[in-house]
Write a new protein. Structure first.
Length: 214
């Protein structure tokens, strides 16, 4: 599913919804914990990078759960850490890890990527990749608001997913969200930008994930 980039200067009001919670605290975990490396130092270093480039939110309507969600910015530093972790699990040679990082860097030159995991209580609305979805995904930077080039549904999170994104539970759905690096002649991330905000919004509520660029 492809969605062309669009600059929007004003925000359409969302339908009213009574929310008693919009929290950044992690939700209760459902499912087995993700695998860990036998190297405790490597685990700690990976966790530090993951936490730096990730954010989590929850939406509630009175006492009803609407959404648990987490987002990780696939930054150069995080991608390198994730690839090293994967290749260590797979006992890949060091040259393979270096090759994988170079290939990922070629993609980063063109796009800004995020991994988004979501548990949406009503499965009817677990459709972020569909043009008909009630959810709108956008990126807010000092350059303005930008919509994704694509939102791809990867599938259900599982124990392997949690080896790299441990905040996701068994009933979460994994999405890859891709934004352009430029719109027209304007950079989406102009030089000097230190942070941006990914937004997931609908009539059910609005979740904002503030993330650093480096």
């Amino acid at each position: 599913m492809s969605r062309g980039p669009l600059r929007v200067r004003t925000r359409a009001p969302l339908a009213a919804v009574v929310l008693l919670g919009c929290s950044g605290l992690p939700p209760p975990m459902v499912g087995d914990p993700g695998p860990q490396s036998s190297d405790a130092k490597a685990n700690a270093e990976y966790t530090a990078v993951l936490n730096h480039f990730s954010a989590q939110k929850q939406l509630f309507n009175v006492f009803e759960t609407i959404l648990f969600a987490g987002v990780t910015y696939e930054s150069p530093a995080f991608i390198a850490a994730r690839i090293r972790r994967r290749d260590a699990f797979q006992a890949q040679p060091a040259v393979q890890a270096a090759r994988d990082v170079r290939e990922a860097e070629a993609q980063m030159a063109q796009f800004i990527d995020f991994t988004l995991g979501a548990y949406i209580q009503n499965p009817h609305f677990d459709d972020l990749n569909m043009a008909s979805s009630i959810w709108r995904v956008l990126l807010i930077t000092p350059a303005g608001e930008v919509t994704p080039v694509s939102v791809t549904r990867v599938g259900r999170a599982d124990v392997d997913t949690r080896a790299y994104y441990p905040y996701m539970g068994d009933f979460w759905t994994v999405y890859r969200v891709r934004f352009p690096r430029s719109v027209g002649t304007n950079d989406v991330l102009p030089p000097g930008v230190k942070s941006f905000t990914l937004v997931l919004a609908s009539s059910l509520g609005r979740a904002e994930f503030q993330l650093p660029t480096e």
